[in-house]
Design a protein around this ligand. Sequence first.
Ligand code: MRU
Length: 342
Amino acid sequence: MTLKTIEWKDNAVIMIDQTKLPNILEYVTYTEYNQVADAIRTLVIRGAPAIGVSGAFGLALASLQCKATKKSELISYLENAKKILFETRPTAVNLGWGLDKIMEVANNANTVEEIRTNVIEYAKKMANDDVQINMEMGKNGSKLFNDNDTIMTHCNAGALATVGYGTALGVIRATKDSGKNVKVIATETRPIQQGSRLTAFELKHDGIDVSLIPDTAVGYSMANGLVDKIVVGADRVLRTGHVYNKIGTYQVATMAHQHNVPFYVAAPLSTFDMKSNPEDVIIEQRKGSEVTGIGDKKTAPDGIDVINPAFDMTPPEFITGIITEKGIAKPPFENSIKSFFE
Ligand code: MRU
């Protein structure tokens, strides 16, 4: 069993507090949507699919918190909760996707009781579907990897970034489960170490061979033939094949291009944004203290200016294929991605 990141139990949301990993595996329980919003903002839960489901569960909590007796009152309460949840993080498209789906379910119901029941059931379904979709994606992606491949990944696109199983790490799990021997190289992913704290933790937890490298050893690893293939997750994929993912993904992809290493992205269709253009996408900027220290230890002079974007964009020309639950999109991405939505 892989780790279960988030679930609905007894009218509450339970999630792993990822800020405590890898040292403490602790679960937190929330009964108010504002607590879920704080959890997304402070990275108690993170990763595009996981925050999509968190948003849905947040609205399910809001439907229980609101004591309205008229449908219109409950809908306006949910609209306000949706706004607060939506504003927590701007880049991952799954958050808006999860919130919109739940609002659609709420609007289609007739009474306040029906809204509550349907919204909770649908949010639970989204959580279950997430795991099934990841397994489907894993099966599709596993065909791209060979026995004894060493696979590099960046950030955490695993069970911890989803409800369970993972996107990029789901592909690695499925490859291993298909009987192939695989090794993983995980980047530490500065500044907040999702690679060393989360990817290394969950792969070790599941008994998958993993070596950790500093982000600065990406070029060295490829230049010295240590990497056969790369697979990463995504926070947003545009219809053109532009991929937004954790800061540093662009550097990994550029190095892969330079060294002819196949570079794959694994993302469910809920991560695709078929409307936006690159200039529309907001890149989240995070606080400077994530860069000026490691944990509680200060590693930079006081008052230093910091640039700390959370995500970057990898252009389609550096991407070998995008693995989805519907199949693998290959260049030209405009055509292959479009076919998944027809
Ligand atoms: O800032 P984070 O930790 O939420 O960033 C997560 C990533 O960039 C993941 O690679 C992405 O969400 C894909 S998760 C399946």
